[in-house]
Ligand binder design. Structure first.
Ligand SMILES: C[S@@+](CC[C@H](N)C(=O)[O-])C[C@H]1O[C@@H](n2cnc3c(N)ncnc32)[C@H](O)[C@@H]1O
Length: 226
């Protein structure tokens, strides 16, 4: 099955089930015009995040990796009344693009942007007594994922949901010879989850492979508190 086929199926279903969306479409366009890499979640994946947040009744969400704010907008729209979303981005220029997109989407009062390395910001959030967050979306640099997950756990409560993107990496996840730091990060992450399960399980987790316009990759979903 070809990548063109995955793209075509994503386009077909996104047109029917999502359609045009001024704020989201603008976020994609303005991010491209500003030279941001095209690595946001796809529309179908963004809507999955939105639906998961809604099903979960989330009113507080933590996101690592803002980029141009595309997934931020999806998640912020899902929040229950008087909800709050904190999103962290390393690159100040990306955060500026995101700020404009979030404002255009009418979500500035809901979203708090933080600029800096994810781990520093996570520790700052912990020190400031933030959380617990109902849901965390981990989508920053891939090599730091295990550390981000541990820190996100500290900012969670029993019943919180932690979603991590890009865990399968074209199947390289199971390549024993990989030297790719991002893939190695994801292997450490899966192994951390395996060790956690064998030790009784602070979380109950599963990893789902996906194909589509973002290629072949996957998400890990972890429910805190077993
Ligand atoms: C895959 S993109 C995020 C995409 C975004 N969640 C979306 O779907 O619209 C990853 C982002 O993480 C940021 N990033 C990379 N290293 C980081 C770090 N150490 N701390 C925080 N953000 C980081 C990158 O600059 C990039 O914007």
């Amino acid at each position: 099955m070809s990548r063109e086929r995955w793209n075509a199926v994503d386009a077909y279903t996104a047109e029917l089930l999502i359609g045009a969306d001024e704020a989201l479409d603008h976020a994609v366009r303005s991010s491209a015009e500003a030279g941001l890499p095209p690595i946001a979640v796809s529309p179908n994946q963004g809507k999955l995040l939105y639906l998961l947040a809604r099903m979960h009744g989330a009113s507080s969400v933590l996101e690592l990796g803002t980029l141009g704010g595309y997934s931020t907008i999806w998640l912020a729209r899902a929040l229950a009344h008087s909800g709050r979303l904190v999103t962290v981005e390393l690159d100040p220029a990306y955060a500026e693009v995101a700020a404009a997109n979030i404002q255009r989407a009418g979500l500035s009062s809901v979203v708090e942007q933080r600029v800096g390395p994810a781990l520093d910001e996570l520790l700052r959030l912990q020190a400031g007594g933030a959380g617990p967050f109902d849901m965390t979306f981990i989508d920053a640099d891939k090599k730091g994922t295990p550390e981000y997950f541990e820190a996100a756990l500290e900012l969670s409560r029993p019943g919180s949901l932690i979603i991590t993107d890009n865990v399968v990496r074209d199947g390289a996840l199971i390549d024993p010879d990989t030297q790719d730091p991002g893939v190695l990060g994801m292997r450490r992450f899966q192994e951390l989850l395996g060790a956690d399960r064998r030790a009784g399980g602070r979380v109950s987790a599963t990893t789902i492979q996906t194909v589509g316009s973002k290629g072949y990759d996957g998400f890990t979903l972890a429910l805190v508190g077993g």
